[in-house]
Design a protein around this ligand. Structure first.
Ligand SMILES: C[S@@+](CC[C@H](N)C(=O)[O-])C[C@H]1O[C@@H](n2cnc3c(N)ncnc32)[C@H](O)[C@@H]1O
Length: 283
């Protein structure tokens, strides 16, 4: 097995990035009740002392960390739930009524196709897309550079594993790391590798188009993303296929996409690098 995709069942901390990693300068503090968590200490997040109303707060809800924006510290925050996709009870579905939605019907999965061997998710966020790809059979490594978001992601993943909410085969295929995704690109030397980039969106054109709460909180914390173009350009040189998630209202981050897949809500721009594919067939 390639060392880049070794199996590890826990989220781990990698790299020596700045603890915040965010583009904007936003204060994040941790509720002292959860400040003793090993993960929180390892990430160097600041414990809440004094007046922290203006800060984002990392708290805890039902055994996992969550992130609460300023002014909403008393309300449940955003968190990483696995499996991420649920649909309402299906009369023909399993007892309990909630089931995951995935497979080749998923447009993101279709964007990667069947020949990609291993995927690096350079912008893991709350892990939903990485999970969908692993659910479809890909081995996935997800990188999240923001320490607070990584804390929420890693604790949500750990909770799901602890509760047995993730089928073992998917758990084996998916790993999350704290770190700058761009740092991984230089060392990519495998053929047939897929890279996924889902950067923070530009604000919507229509004011009425309000994004989901998760995206609102992420945008408030991170602001715009300044380095997404170079991330995609560098990934295109090394990967067999790069998939970039974009909103309908935004132009492609980089010109030259080979094709795109549209859904009701988003578009996936797909860049194929035949040289990195051909290397596989001659191996
Ligand atoms: C729109 S969210 C991604 C959502 C994700 N696809 C999901 O399913 O939850 C973008 C995330 O990527 C992270 N990010 C952006 N650029 C990054 C980079 N160069 N390395 C690591 N993480 C990055 C941001 O901190 C943010 O959490």
């Amino acid at each position: 097995m390639n060392s880049q995709f070794e199996q590890r069942n826990e989220a781990s901390v990698a790299g020596g990035e700045s603890p915040s990693g965010s583009v904007g300068v936003t204060r994040v503090v941790v509720d002292p009740a959860v400040a003793t968590w090993k993960l929180v200490r390892t990430l160097g997040l600041e414990s809440a002392v004094g007046n922290v109303e203006e800060a984002f707060l990392v708290g805890e809800y039902q055994g996992a960390l969550d992130l609460r924006p300023p002014g909403e510290h008393g309300r449940r925050g955003i968190r990483a739930d696995f499996p991420p996709d649920r649909r309402p009870p299906d009369r023909n579905g399993p007892p309990g009524g909630r089931q995951a939605v995935g497979g080749m019907r998923n447009p993101l999965v279709r964007a990667f196709g069947k020949r990609v061997d291993g995927i690096l998710d350079l912008t893991a966020g709350l892990g939903g897309d990485a999970f969908r790809l692993a659910q479809a059979g890909h081995r996935v490594r997800g990188y999240e550079r923001n320490a607070a978001i990584y804390a929420v992601l890693a604790s949500g993943w750990e909770r799901a594993l602890r509760l047995g909410a993730v089928p073992p085969l998917i758990a084996e295929r998916l790993n999350f790391f704290h770190g700058e995704g761009g740092d991984q690109i230089g060392s990519l030397d495998r053929a047939n590798l897929g890279v996924y980039v889902d950067p923070m969106y530009p604000p919507p054109r229509r004011r009425s188009a309000k994004p989901r709460r998760e995206l609102q909180v992420l945008r408030a914390l991170l602001g715009g993303q300044v380095d997404a173009v170079s991330l995609v350009e560098r990934a295109r040189e090394k990967a067999a296929r790069v998939v970039v998630k974009r909103p309908h209202h935004a132009d492609p981050l980089v010109v030259g996409a080979n094709f795109e897949i549209e859904t009701k809500l988003v578009r996936f721009d797909v860049y194929v690098n035949p040289e990195r594919m051909e290397a596989v067939s001659s191996e």
